[in-house]
Design a protein around this ligand. Structure first.
Ligand code: EPU
Length: 342
């Protein structure tokens, strides 16, 4: 276990916000985390706890007056293997894309479309990360977590995680209560490319590759190139990927918008609901490539807010509120941040 006092969080959030934490604790095993909780309970310490992963979905509005926890649990082993599928238990601290790269290399298929999403394995199970027609929930078998109050280990089945678009029980009723320590994934030995997402099929056609011939390594490379062409590298420009979730609206609201903007992109959700890309709504409001002080809207993807250099969390928050209010005024739709404000 590694403990630091008055620790800079600059390297722990991809927005590059210079906030600090009173304590920063990194643990290497479930036992170390349990020991930390035991000691804390013995001291009667009830100061705030914040568990982070790669910090790619966080916006620090001020210094954190408590303990920031970070997992360095990195173990990985196969729990079941048969002709069709393999189940693998992966430590929450593993970098997400290291896991995807390893899975593709081993011939464990399914995660290709989720290549180079920033962050760590633990957060993938909290956030239900998704891209190009795939979501982490499609491959998660179960989640192991430690109760931050009692130190007890609990296993959550996929159904118990209550997964939905960018959503899980760890973001709602159990928010802040558990630290994910391991995620079990079920992957396939047979490669079946998931090419349902329009932009992906177009990129494949452009590359000259045949759908029937593409292999997992090629698909991963295609996804990496596609993402890099649209999203800024956080090492160069501070950002947290999509800043807002795409709103799921009533069909009547979609029809109201489509009557005025017949080309509005949209995805069918169910009989009553339609999802509209927030990036499109923001672009229509004229925000793409624009800035408010040191906070900006990325020029290639309006869903991404960027730190233009030295922005504070409040600068980004102010831009967020201004955009929300413009989208509300123009479309009567409320767009909600995906990023967590701390
Ligand atoms: N669009 C615009 N203007 C923009 C951006 C997008 O008009 O500035 C339109 C595009 O023309 C397209 C549609 O919006 O028709 C969708 O755009 P895109 O394919 O870029 O995806 P997205 O809906 O903006 C979501 C995820 C991304 C993920 C991509 C690809 C959310 C909140 N975001 O973005 O996830 O990579 O799909 O699957 O669902 C992330 O979560 O950090 C993230 C990057």
């Amino acid at each position: 276990m590694k403990t630091q006092e008055n620790c800079s969080l600059l390297e722990h959030n991809t927005f590059g916000i210079a906030a600090r934490a009173r304590h920063f604790v990194e643990y290497d095993s479930v036992e170390e985390l349990q020991d930390f909780i035991r000691q804390r309970n013995l001291r009667g310490d009830s100061s705030p706890l914040l568990h982070i992963g790669g910090g790619s979905n966080l916006l620090f509005l001020k210094d954190f007056d408590g303990t920031v926890l970070h997992s360095r649990i990195l173990d990985l082993h196969i729990t079941e293997d048969n002709d069709e599928e393999v189940s693998v238990r992966v430590g929450a601290g593993m970098v997400w894309d290291d896991w995807v790269e390893l899975a593709v290399r081993k011939g464990w298929f399914g995660l290709e479309n989720l290549s180079i999403i920033p962050g760590e394995v633990g957060a993938s199970a909290v956030q239900n990360i998704g891209a190009y027609g795939a979501e982490a929930k499609d491959f998660i078998l179960l989640v192991e977590a430690v109760d931050l109050r009692s130190g007890e280990v609990r296993r959550f089945s996929n159904a118990e995680c209550q997964y939905a678009y960018r959503h899980s029980i760890f973001k709602t009723e159990l928010r802040g209560r558990y630290a994910v320590t391991h995620v079990h994934f079920r992957l396939s030995h047979k490669f079946q490319p998931n090419l349902g997402y329009g932009a992906l099929r177009q990129a494949l056609a452009k590359s000259g590759m045949e759908e029937a011939q593409v292999d997992a390594v090629q698909l991963r490379k295609l996804i990496i190139d596609l993402r890099n062409s649209k999203l800024p590298d956080p090492k160069v420009v501070g950002n947290a990927g999509s800043f807002f979730t795409n709103p799921i609206v009533q069909r009547a609201d979609y029809e109201r918008i489509a009557a005025q903007w017949p080309d509005v992109p949209h995805y069918e959700v169910d009989a009553d609901h339609v999802k509209i890309p927030a990036g499109w709504l923001i672009e229509q409001c004229g925000w793409k490539g624009k800035a408010l002080g040191r906070a900006g809207v990325y020029e290639k993807q309006a869903l991404v807010l960027v730190n233009l250099g030295g922005a504070t969390g409040s600068d980004i928050e102010q831009l967020c509120r201004t955009i929300q209010s413009d989208v509300q005024q123009r479309f009567a739709i409320n767009i909600i941040p995906e990023v967590n404000f701390i």
